[in-house]
Design a protein around this ligand. Structure first.
Ligand code: UD1
Ligand code: UDP
Length: 352
């Protein structure tokens, strides 16, 4: 069986690393890796291949930037050519980025069955590019690997029970990654951090592309850093650009984006996670930390229901208040919401 995996953005490298590893341990399955080039800085791409032992891409495209249509369209054209050349039995896509949609669409049109890891997630906010990407990808996938019960339910509500597609719940590959690589945790070089700090990340388009929301979040982070605790923020290139464009001053402990081993260290040592990332909300939980999420909705509703995650949107006062209330709060990961770290093996078994 020949699988062609399509990845392109930071979280996809982390998710694919554990599945790739499981593929390498399994007889009868061969993986061809295609990197679209969506993320391309060394600390947004190469570092993950090096740290996590992901095989070098067999096909390296160089498609990034531009509008959504342009990026997705260019990917579609070039992925189609690669699929025609390599003739895989299945295409494997992850998450909800433009690389995900382009890969799934190119494959489905060539009648190559698509398997989607992280299927069924919904924010019910169609303003998010990710929501459009994931709904469309699910519609044209034949194997839908859901990370949570809620994701399975979402697909049932959309009528998947009566479709030929197969919906499965192997768990979340991000938990596999967190468990597998926790022992490799390494402090970011030269960061010299105090015992007590907040780990923040910020990149979601709904925050960064909206000047009011961005200014409100920046002011709140500055205030927390000034008055409560040091805020460590590995700055995403999107956010760096938009903060400069808006003439905002983010006066926290800024560092460049870090590798996964450094991120795991920061998650393990912080007193609170403040984020608008999808993946980081769960990682906070895996490392027993409370999370304050600067979004209006989350796909990971079970964390909110379990009291591990507080949704505060972009309101500065709410962010500051929630940060104060949740600082140092330990969260108990006893509920096995994400499958316990065996997702990758189950996915590979099912692919075979
Ligand atoms: C993308 C995904 C988002 C995901 C995020 C993970 C889409 C629509 N969005 O958002 O769902 O949460 O990745 O991080 O697919 N840039 C660089 N260097 C890089 C990468 C990006 O300079 O290595 C710049 C790009 O040129 C662009 C901006 O950052 O100007 C945004 O990149 P893009 O890939 O379009 O979207 P993300 O915000 O990264
Ligand atoms: N991450 C990382 N280095 C960083 C910031 C994030 O390795 O500087 C990891 C993080 O631990 C998680 C993934 O990248 O595994 C999340 O990616 P991101 O927040 O960019 O995307 P999202 O999950 O929101 O799609």
């Amino acid at each position: 069986m020949k699988i062609l995996t399509i990845i392109g953005a930071r979280p996809q490298f982390i998710k694919a690393s554990v599945v790739s590893r499981a593929i390498q341990q399994t007889k009868g399955i061969q993986e061809i890796m295609l990197h679209t080039g969506q993320h391309f800085d060394a600390n947004m791409s190469d570092i993950f291949f090096n740290q996590l032992g992901i095989p070098r891409p067999d096909i390296q495209l160089d498609i990034h930037g531009g509008g959504h249509g342009e990026m997705t369209g260019r990917m579609l054209i070039e992925i189609e050519q690669s699929l025609l050349a390599h003739k895989p039995d299945r295409v494997l896509v992850y998450g909800d980025t433009n690389s995900t949609l382009a890969g799934a669409l190119a494959a489905a049109k060539l009648h190559i069955p698509v398997a989607h890891v992280e299927a069924g997630l919904r924010s019910f906010n169609m303003q998010m590019p990710e929501e459009i990407n994931r709904i469309l990808t699910d519609q044209i996938s034949e194997l839908l690997f859901c990370p949570t019960k809620t994701a399975v339910k979402n697909l049932e509500n959309e009528g998947f029970a009566s479709k030929p597609a197969k919906v499965l719940q192997p768990g979340d590959v991000m938990q596999d990654a967190a468990l597998l690589f926790a022992e490799k945790a390494a402090a970011p070089a030269g960061s010299n951090l105090p015992e007590s700090f907040v780990l923040a990340t910020l990149h979601r388009a709904e925050n960064t592309d909206n000047p009011e929301r961005l200014a409100s979040i920046v002011n709140a982070l500055n205030k927390i850093h000034r008055e409560q605790a040091l805020v460590v923020l590995p700055l995403h290139p999107r956010t760096r650009k938009l903060i400069a464009q808006q003439g905002l001053e983010l006066n926290v402990h800024l560092i460049d984006p870090v590798g996964y081993f450094e991120m795991v260290w920061l998650l393990d040592h912080c007193q609170l996670v403040l984020t608008d990332s999808g993946g980081v909300q769960k990682e906070a939980f895996f490392f027993g930390k409370a999370c304050v999420t600067m979004r209006d909705q989350t796909e990971w509703v079970e964390l909110v229901e379990a009291g591990a995650n507080e949704l505060v949107g972009a309101d500065g006062d709410l962010i500051i208040e929630a940060a104060a209330q949740n600082f140092g709060r330990i969260v108990d990961d006893a509920s096995n919401l994400y499958g316990g770290g065996k997702a990758a093996l189950q996915i590979v078994k099912e692919l075979l």
